[in-house]
Design a protein around this ligand. Structure first.
Ligand code: URA
Length: 482
């Protein structure tokens, strides 16, 4: 029996060297045990991997995809991961296409581990909240987070890029990451008592959360899936969740009590099969949203806080497509909640469209920006980023099957129509997408915000509203048909 001792939980190099030596020595996976030396405090001890690496002449190649998968899966907390990875490596030597066999138990197990690690990394990006310690020049920002897996080193560069100008520390029970404005460093994990519980910025988070909360679109189950309760205790805005949900429930109860009228028998008969369909579409959308949360199809996920997926009723007849989330949307995880969203809300209302009746999404689902001091400057997505994100739009479209897709702005038009489409030449009339779906091209609401001349802005706003009225007509027609 061979006993391999790695020096810490994320000792990928140690595992790699030992695994290579073992394979070359012909040691079967059943003849190896894998352990971590001592506890995680040993992270800063010297390396003591049991097997010594061989000379480079005695090496062998594995697909780069395996190395990438293994380097992520090894961050999973399951103690079996080292052994499963070694078994995979052993089998890969005689079965070169093994990585393509998704049904293989080892492949599916390691892929699920890598996915869980990526999901945890995304949750960390979204749910770390810094508290301010000290003021002005002396200020430092400290956050407490409890990751499910060993992801601190993986996630830390994101915070260094995002909060490059401020010195911060993220404390966790496993490992702590620190940024001094120049370099990242690590130290052993600490107890929660070492982290500040609140600060003067807390109220700002709460006000922001209350401002973007829309009771009409409250889905407690979906919200709990996106923001699991275990993260609540570290989120300043979490104290708002219960009262806001309770308030929404009261408003809904009042509506039910006040306006309940029995639908016509015929309408009831028509609605029954529709309800079943709506539920399955809603489930499919939730599944897509979850899958998209760990999308890495283009590099934008690295600096964005989270995927901002579409939102709206599963049986929507109109789908609005924007460009990409902005700063506010990136933080809130919801489309069109910032200044462009306010402009859109105003124009929708003026066109006679209830926002809650349309499905709203973006052609690109991660925020693209460049940091400028404390602000994040929006950047237009490239064609390759639009293409990488298009499968999500296609799957939203195939699931919802709206009668009309409104492409707002050039990026949306390029994604919806599959080619670069000038707005002015193509706006104002319906374009066939297929037998059942039309497209309408119009400007993006942020274009209106950027127009410096008030007269031009008013004129363009009217044109935007009149485009949206075409969507309102489609909505009305579908309401009559129902
Ligand atoms: N612009 C978009 O295209 N989408 C948003 O969600 C916000 C701004």
């Amino acid at each position: 029996m061979h006993h391999i001792t790695l020096i810490h939980q994320t000792d990928f190099n140690g595992w790699r060297q030992a695994a290579r030596t073992l394979v070359l020595d012909g040691v079967k996976p059943t003849d190896v045990t894998w352990n971590i030396e001592g506890d995680e405090d040993q992270l800063f001890a010297t390396m003591k991997t049991a097997s010594q690496p061989r000379s480079s002449a005695e090496t062998f190649n594995v697909p780069a995809k395996f190395v990438e998968l293994a380097s992520i899966a090894i961050l999973h907390r399951d103690p079996e991961r080292f052994a499963i990875l070694y078994r995979l490596l052993w089998r890969l030597r005689s079965h070169h296409d093994l990585l393509e066999v998704a049904t293989d138990p080892d492949i599916s197990c390691i892929s699920a581990m890598a996915k869980a690690v990526r999901r945890d990394e995304h949750k960390m990006h979204a749910f770390v909240r810094f508290r301010e310690i000290g003021r002005e020049r002396e200020a430092r920002y400290v956050a407490w987070f409890e990751p499910e897996h060993h992801i601190v080193e993986l996630a830390a560069p994101f915070f260094a890029r995002r909060f490059a100008a401020m010195p911060w520390s993220i404390l966790t029970p496993d490992l702590c990451a620190h940024w001094d404005g120049v370099a990242l460093s690590l130290s052993p994990g600490v107890h929660k008592a070492g982290a500040p519980a609140s600060d003067r910025l807390e109220e700002t988070w709460r006000r922001y959360y209350a401002a973007i909360f829309n009771p009409a679109r409250l889905k407690v189950k979906a919200m709990s899936a996106e923001m699991p309760r275990k993260y609540w205790r570290n989120l300043p805005e979490a104290s708002m969740i219960k009262p806001l949900i309770a308030g929404a429930a009261r408003a809904t109860d009042a509506m039910i009590a006040g306006a309940a009228t029995e639908p016509h028998k015929m309408q009831k008969r028509l609605e029954e099969p529709m309800r079943g369909k709506t539920t399955s579409v809603a489930k499919e959308l939730e599944r897509l949203r979850e899958e998209a949360a760990s999308c890495c199809a283009c590099p934008l996920w690295k600096d964005a806080t989270q995927t901002v997926f579409g939102e709206g009723p599963p049986d929507a007849t109109v789908m609005l497509v924007g460009e990409q989330p902005g700063d506010k949307e990136d933080l809130a995880g919801k489309p069109f909640v910032g200044p462009a969203g306010q402009m859109l809300d105003r124009a929708l209302a003026e066109a006679g469209i209830e926002r809650g009746k349309v499905y709203i999404t973006g052609a690109v689902k991660h925020f693209k920006f460049v940091p400028r001091g404390k602000i994040r400057l929006h950047q237009k997505p490239s064609t390759s980023e639009i293409k990488a994100c298009r499968p999500w739009y296609e799957r939203e479209l195939a699931t919802i099957k709206p009668a009309l897709v409104v492409a707002m702005g050039a990026t949306a038009a390029q994604s919806v129509l599959g080619k670069i489409t000038p707005i002015n030449k193509n706006r104002g009339h319906l374009i066939d997408l297929d037998d059942e779906t039309k497209a309408l091209v119009t400007v993006h609401p942020s274009y209106l915000l950027r127009l410096p001349d008030p007269d031009a802005r008013a004129r363009e706003y009217e044109r935007f509203v009149s485009d949206l009225k075409m969507a309102a007509a489609v909505l009305q027609k579908s309401a009559h048909a129902a």
